[in-house]
Design a protein around this ligand. Structure first.
Ligand SMILES: Cc1ncc(COP(=O)(O)O)c(C=O)c1O
Length: 299
C-alpha cells in the first residue's frame, strides 16, 4: 500500500463522532441519520449537492453556492421545495446544534427523494425531495504536495452529463480517481475532449509558468467558486492570470501547480505523471495566493 493522501483529508477530530446531521428537518445522531434504500440519490445518484466551508462564523460565498445549487436543481428539474432562506436556516440550525463557530465543512445534499418502486423513471419519485446536511469539524491536513496522474477518463460534453452539474452521480470522476490511484498517484488529472489539461476529479487545476497563472478555459470543468475567487484575486493583485487551453507538455514544465476547491482552498501539486513540478514543494505564487485567499475568507 502506497502512502496515498487525499485532497479532502482533515485533522482527526473526535467531535465528529457525535455530530448531529440534518435529515429532512430533523437533527439526528450519525447512526440514526439514514435515508431510504428507495431514495433516488442512493439508487441512481439522482441529486445535486454543494460543499460549503465555515471560517470565523461565516459560511464563505454562501450566495454563490446557493446560486449553483438552485441552478443545478432547476437544470435537473428537481424541486428543492424550500426557499433559499429556508435552506440557509437549515444550515444555521445544524451549525448551532453542533456548536460550530469555525473550521467546519458541510455537504448540503438534495435528491429527488424516495421512489415508489426501484426503477429509474423520475415519475417514481413522488414524495418530495430528500435533503441532508452533513456538517463536520474540519481543518484540512494534507501532509505533502499532491501527486497527480493523467487518466483515460475525459471531462464530458455539456450535452451528455454536463460537468458543471454537481450531481450525486460522480462515477466518471470516481473512476478517474481509481485509475490515478492504481497508477500510484493521489488524484486524477483529467483532460478535455481535445486533449487539453482540464481539471482533477474533485478540484480545479492551475499551473504557474514564468509568473503567469494558467487555468483551463472553464469549459468541461466544474465552475468552481474557489477557482473564480483565485482568478479574481490574481486580477486584483496584479498577478497575470489566463484562462486558456494548454497541454501536458506545458504542464510538466510548469514552475508550480495547485488545485482549488472549497474544502482545501489551494492545495499544492508536487508531481504529475512522475514528473516533479518545480521544486516539488509549494511555490511562491501558490503561497501568495493562499495568503490572499485566507484574508478574503477571513480565516
Ligand atoms: C469536480 C469538481 N471540481 C471542482 C470543485 C471545486 O469547486 P468549489 O471551488 O466550488 O468548491 C468541485 C466541488 O464541488 C468538484 O466537484
Amino acid at each position: 500500500m502506497n502512502d496515498h493522501v487525499s485532497t479532502h483529508q482533515a485533522e482527526e477530530d473526535a467531535r465528529n463522532e457525535s455530530i448531529l446531521i440534518w435529515v429532512d428537518g430533523k437533527l439526528l445522531p450519525r447512526a440514526q441519520a439514514t435515508v431510504s434504500v428507495y431514495d433516488s440519490g442512493f439508487m441512481l445518484g439522482d441529486g445535486v449537492w454543494e460543499g460549503i466551508r465555515l471560517y470565523n462564523n461565516r459560511w464563505s460565498f454562501l450566495d454563490e453556492h446557493l446560486d449553483r445549487q438552485f441552478e443545478a436543481a432547476k437544470a435537473i428539474d428537481l424541486d428543492i421545495a424550500r426557499t433559499r432562506a429556508e435552506v440557509v436556516a437549515a444550515v444555521l440550525e445544524t451549525q448551532a446544534a453542533n456548536g460550530m463557530t469555525t473550521d467546519a465543512h458541510a455537504r448540503l445534499m438534495v435528491t429527488r427523494g424516495v421512489k415508489t418502486r426501484p426503477f429509474q423513471h423520475p415519475r417514481l419519485s413522488q414524495q418530495g425531495p430528500t435533503m441532508v446536511i452533513i456538517m463536520e469539524h474540519s481543518r484540512p491536513k494534507i501532509p505533502r504536495p499532491i501527486t497527480l496522474a493523467t487518466v483515460p477518463h475525459l471531462r464530458g460534453l455539456p450535452m451528455t452529463q454536463d460537468p458543471k452539474l454537481n450531481s450525486h452521480s460522480k462515477l466518471n470522476c470516481i473512476l478517474a480517481c481509481i485509475a490515478a490511484q492504481k497508477a500510484g498517484a493521489d488524484e486524477a488529472l483529467m483532460l478535455d475532449i481535445h486533449g487539453f489539461v482540464n481539471t482533477t476529479n474533485a478540484c480545479n487545476f492551475f499551473i504557474v509558468k514564468k509568473g503567469e497563472v494558467w487555468t483551463s478555459t472553464g469549459d468541461y470543468c466544474m465552475n468552481g467558486i474557489t477557482r473564480q475567487k483565485v482568478i479574481d484575486l490574481c486580477h486584483a493583485n496584479g498577478i497575470p492570470c489566463r484562462e486558456k487551453n494548454f497541454s501536458l507538455v506545458e504542464t510538466y514544465s510548469a514552475d508550480e501547480a495547485f488545485l482549488t476547491g472549497t474544502f482545501g482552498a489551494q492545495t499544492p501539486v508536487g508531481m504529475i505523471d512522475g514528473r516533479t513540478i518545480g521544486t516539488g514543494q509549494m511555490g511562491p505564487v501558490t503561497e501568495r495566493l493562499r495568503g490572499l485567499y485566507k484574508t478574503l475568507v477571513g480565516a
